[in-house]
Design a protein around this ligand. Structure first.
Ligand code: MN
Length: 231
């Protein structure tokens, strides 16, 4: 049976300092992420045993366990790659154009993403997501690891808003963490996922008036909003 495994961090624990402490990264990766990997494997084993015994009476609880732990594994695996010691700044190219088209500009997107993270009730994430149905970027606020997501959406950039992601360093000042993390975003990785996500071809017909993500007009030629009272 397929086993989920904990991926190595693509950099040293302390490589993201001063923005994220090495101790946080060590615990976050080695303890928290590992627990989700183990939990996902255990849920799969429970399902296999249930099939063997012909007893699916506990399947609802097991599916919930699987969704929580596997989503935690996926999100953390994305997060490590979304960050880099040489990160920060702003994206360029097609991703930058799509952010401008779908959020207005990068600054507005940054504010929306950080606010989505800061206002998570309980534990959760904010994510920049590619919605293949409407062919546009959206932010989402994920509860725990798996709830309040949008079906079919592809997370491109994920921001962990669980207390374990920042509390050792930032304590109750989580807004400072959600600001600091913009210094380590790996826009090359996000742009790569963005490009691959668009190749899925998963748009559904007749469910949205599709835009044309590849044909974003240059900023100077975008349609300006007409002042009130003008045609
Ligand atoms: Mn986490």
């Amino acid at each position: 049976m397929t086993k989920y495994v904990l991926p190595d961090l693509p950099y040293d624990y302390d490589a993201l300092e001063p923005h994220i402490s090495g101790r946080i990264m060590q615990l976050h990766h080695d303890k928290h992420h590992r627990a989700y990997v183990d939990g996902a494997n255990q849920a799969c084993e429970m399902l296999e045993q249930a099939r063997d015994k012909g007893d699916l009476s506990k399947i609802a609880a097991t599916e919930e366990t699987l969704a929580f732990n596997l989503s935690g594994h996926v999100l953390h695996s994305l997060l490590w790659r979304n960050m880099t010691p040489n990160g920060g700044g702003a994206p360029t190219g097609k991703l930058a154009e799509a952010i401008e088209r779908d959020f207005g500009d990068f600054k507005r997107f940054k504010q929306q993403m950080s606010k989505a993270a800061a206002t998570c009730m309980g534990s959760g994430w904010a994510a920049l997501m590619w919605d293949p149905v409407s062919a546009r970027l959206l932010t989402i606020q994920i509860r725990d690891h798996q709830s309040q997501t949008i079906q079919g959406g592809v997370p491109l950039l994920v921001l962990d808003a669980w207390e374990h992601a920042y509390y050792l360093q930032y304590q109750n000042e989580k807004a400072k963490f959600f600001d600091a993390v913009w210094n380590v975003w790996n826009w090359t990785d996000v742009a790569d996922r963005f490009e691959r996500a668009q190749r899925f071809g998963l748009a559904l017909e007749h469910v949205a008036e599709l835009g044309a993500p590849a044909e974003v007009p240059p900023p100077g030629k975008r349609t300006q909003q007409q002042p009130a009272g003008r045609a």
